[in-house]
Design a protein around this ligand. Structure first.
Ligand code: CBF
Length: 818
């Protein structure tokens, strides 16, 4: 990315004050005296949005007229976070906003806090999509993010008196939402069900119900690029043709039922992450947003043309399939081309395979979607025919490439047997130009294990793009103190658009003055987080203890249980005098995690963590030495507060299970040291920051495999390490369940007999490395030097770099010319 200095505000403070007042008066109809913080938030957002409008329309015009191919990022999730500050930063208006709002008698922080965070994603995959549209706009690449505007985002997490997770609906649209513009004039009809008939030798799909997909547009401002891309999220509305006959029979509810059901499509985000799917509504959602998006792209790029030349479609836009969720787009494009535009099969296939690329975000076989043929037949009968035909053509192609019948059979897109299924990852691999994993290790394992047959026969399809995160939101907005110090250290703020410049901080790790300033920044962030936590969650966190954080979805493979077992063993050691209390390094541990509502073991782990926190925090024997906090409802906002305050980050998944991780990047970039396994992007982070500046422990992928092979016996590890035995026994004896021995019995039984993710096997190494961690922490200058080296050497993990890799390796396109 070309380095940019911070953009210059398009308005003065005085002008911005007038604009806010105008919005208050003409949009909201409130006087300045009546205006609440929430009113000021809406008025400022609308005023900011107006400033983006010209660049937005100009970007779209240049995209349609230009010779650069656009990018369509198809994703069922976009975890965009709050919009106002991000837009202000990218426009260069942060100072003008603060001043204007103060002049109007409001606190800028409270105004910003009035924004309700849209939770339109589950975790890493959705947040990555949001980082990528930010970077596309910042690089000046014309792009659409296409997804769904769910009415209910990811559930709101609460904890009950027993520490159990309770899910509450998150009706975020019940609040003023000034950022999304609903465009009824650009809606698309999406149909389902029915049958396929032959008419004049042509297959004709006769669907039986339809829904209206209405786009809600969010502007995505680039940082200092002058470009504004589009995030187009589809909302399902019914057509107003309801059943008058039924209504006349006074069965009003029955008459509106189909309308209600149609609107249900975009009602709720599936609260799952890396767990198997299989719900009918989910397939409806996938088809809904993908079909609307493909038709929308044709409308955008061939305006007013009845019979456009769609052989040029792959030159206009390239579609990235964000995981298997949008893969139904492959048969849909084939259907559009053949049924709606009369192309023959080969031409349609040529266009389709050139149009799509697929990113795989998982290594867990159970998370690769498969759809029952029966269900697809019922909802999308024409698509099932097309998928069958793709399968037949593909098998024929394979026969020309290999004589290995077993391999060919393994590669079937549609499986055989009584209950045939469609393997969406295989369909994506066969129907797209490129397949990429999201970190080097993950991409390698995709080739060696998950999609091995495919990579053997189509090696050039496979590539890697290591994930990245946007430095604008996750450094500049989240950590203004560190940002100022970086700018001071480098003598420029250009690092925000060229994160490799952080390398310039390397020599400063040896400059004691700079190291002290860095330590002061971290301490100030800890104090700020402690204040925020007190205010928002009501707990006290002591900023003079080490801040140690583990935030991510709760999943067994991520191994929150390893952290909690080590913590309990530490607690036990202090209690029973195995360690001298004076030698214990004071530590505050923060957890943040949501469990999928139907994931029993994950929810039980949440309950355990909460109860460990309750016991530890109320025990005078460990007071000042160990504290555990689990703020509910971890989201982007909490991430932006907690990450800058963290000193030690936990990335402790079982090697070979975390595809990449992106939290690991955010923490390193904010000057936390990582304790982690050789998994996902940890491997690359460690390579870049240097082995001395990363706390590595645990089994490698090969060792994990070897242990599975030889027959893994977790009980052996329980017997061998008294620290582990003590921790598990404490749980079993009811220490964290008011004496009840059964509460956590399912967890304990699983650890001792199955422990699929080898928590017990890695326990000793993990407990041992804590000594190294604490030794280093006792030398603050050395710790902070290493933390600076983490910041300095992780510029590679910018989403700008990731997007540049996609441009070069997959999309083969470039920014718009000025
Ligand atoms: O690639 C983004 C992230 O995606 C996941 O969250 C996913 O949903 N499959 C993975 O679990 C992460 O490893 C990955 O960083």
């Amino acid at each position: 990315m070309t380095e940019q200095t911070a953009p210059k505000s398009p308005v003065t403070t005085e002008q911005f004050i007038d604009e806010i007042k105008e919005q208050l008066k003409y949009n909201q109809g409130v006087t300045l005296e009546q205006a609440t913080d929430a009113d000021i938030y809406v008025a400022s957002s609308l005023a900011v949005r107006r400033h983006l409008m010209d660049s937005w329309t100009a970007t779209q015009k240049a995209m349609v007229e230009g010779n650069t191919k656009a990018v369509g990022y198809l994703s069922a999730e976009f975890l965009i976070g709050k919009q106002l500050r991000n837009a202000l930063l990218n426009l260069g208006m942060l100072t003008e906003f603060d001043e204007a709002v103060k002049t109007l008698g409001h606190d800028p922080q409270l105004v910003v806090d009035a924004e309700y965070e849209p939770g339109l994603g589950n975790g890493g995959l959705g947040r990555l999509a949001a980082c990528y549209v930010d970077s596309l706009a910042s690089l000046g690449v014309p792009a659409f993010g296409y997804g769904i505007q769910y009415k209910y985002g990811i559930f709101k997490q609460e904890f009950d008196a027993e520490g159990k997770q309770v899910e509450r609906p998150d009706y975020w649209l019940a609040n003023d939402e000034p950022w999304g513009h609903i465009d009824y004039n650009r809606s698309q009809k999406v149909s389902f069900g029915g049958e396929v008939v032959e008419e004049n030798g042509k297959k004709v799909w006769k669907p039986v119900w339809s829904v209206r997909a209405v786009p809600v547009d969010y502007m995505v401002p680039g940082y200092a690029s002058g470009r504004v891309d589009t995030l187009r999220l589809w909302s399902a509305k019914s057509y107003d043709e309801f059943d008058l006959l039924t209504f006349n029979k006074s069965e009003y509810l029955d008459a509106v039922k189909p309308q209600v059901e149609a609107e249900n499509i975009s009602k709720i985000l599936y609260p799952e992450d890396s767990t198997p799917q299989g719900k009918r509504l989910r397939l409806e959602q996938q088809y809904f947003f993908v079909a609307a998006s493909l038709h929308d792209a044709i409308r955008v790029f061939y305006p007013g043309q009845d019979k456009p030349d769609l052989t040029t479609f792959p030159d206009k836009i390239t579609f990235q399939l964000n995981d298997t969720h949008p893969v139904i787009g492959i048969p849909e494009l084939m259907r559009i081309l053949i049924d709606e535009y009369d192309y023959d099969w080969d031409t349609a296939w040529d266009i389709t395979t050139k149009t799509f690329n697929y990113t795989c975000h998982t290594l867990l076989p159970e998370a690769l979607e498969v759809w029952p043929v029966d269900l697809i037949n019922e909802l999308l009968p024409r698509h099932m025919e097309i998928i069958n035909e793709i399968n037949e053509h593909f098998l024929a192609e394979l026969k020309g490439l290999t004589r290995d019948k077993e391999r060919i059979n393994r590669m079937r897109i549609v499986t055989e047997g009584e209950h045939p299924q469609v393997r969406m990852a295989y369909l994506a691999t066969a129907g797209g130009s490129h397949v990429n994993g999201v970190a080097e290790l993950h991409s390698q394992l995709l080739k060696d294990v998950t999609l091995r047959d495919f990579s053997d026969l189509f090696p050039t399809k496979f590539t890697n793009v290591t994930n990245g995160v946007t430095p604008r939101r996750f450094i500049r907005l989240a950590n203004p103190r560190l940002s100022a110090l970086i700018t001071e250290g480098l003598g420029t703020d250009k690092w925000l658009s060229d994160l490799d410049l952080l390398q310039g901080l390397v020599p400063l790790a040896n400059d004691d003055e700079f190291v002290k300033k860095f330590a002061e920044v971290k301490h100030a962030n800890k104090v700020a987080f402690a204040n925020f936590a007190k205010d928002r969650y009501g707990f006290e966190a002591n900023p003079d203890t080490m801040f140690n954080t583990m935030v991510k979805r709760l999943h067994e493979y991520k191994r929150q249980s390893l952290k909690i077992l080590a913590l309990i063993s530490r607690y036990a050691a202090i209690k029973n005098g195995t360690v001298n209390v004076d030698d214990v390094l004071p530590r505050t541990v923060f957890f943040g995690a949501k469990a999928a509502p139907g994931y029993y073991m994950a929810k039980l782990t949440i309950q355990l963590i909460n109860n460990v926190a309750r016991v530890v925090n109320n025990d005078p024997d460990v007071k000042g030495k160990l504290a555990v906090h689990f703020p509910a409802n971890y989201n982007v906002r909490l991430a932006q507060h907690l990450i800058p305050a963290t000193e030690l980050d936990e990335q402790i998944s079982q090697a070979g299970k975390e595809a990449s991780g992106t939290g690991n990047m955010k923490f390193a970039l904010n000057g936390a040291l990582t304790v982690g396994t050789l998994d996902g992007a940890n491997v690359e982070i460690r390579e870049r920051v240097g082995a001395d500046n990363f706390f590595l422990f645990g089994l490698t992928v090969d060792e994990v495999e070897a242990l599975y092979e030889e027959g893994y016996d977790p009980a052996k590890y329980y017997e061998a390490d008294p620290r582990l035995k003590m921790a598990i026994d404490m749980i079993s004896s009811g220490t964290f369940s008011d004496g009840d021995r059964n509460t956590y019995a399912p967890l304990v039984a699983d650890w001792l007999t199955k422990d699929y993710f080898m928590t017990l096997a890695d326990f000793s190494a993990y407990a041992d490395i804590q000594y190294q961690i604490e030794d280093l922490y006792r030398q603050p200058m050395e710790w902070n030097r290493k933390a600076i080296l983490n910041v300095a050497n992780t510029g590679y993990f910018s989403s700008d770099r990731a997007i540049e890799d996609y441009l070069e390796r997959i999309w083969h396109t470039s920014p718009l010319a000025d």
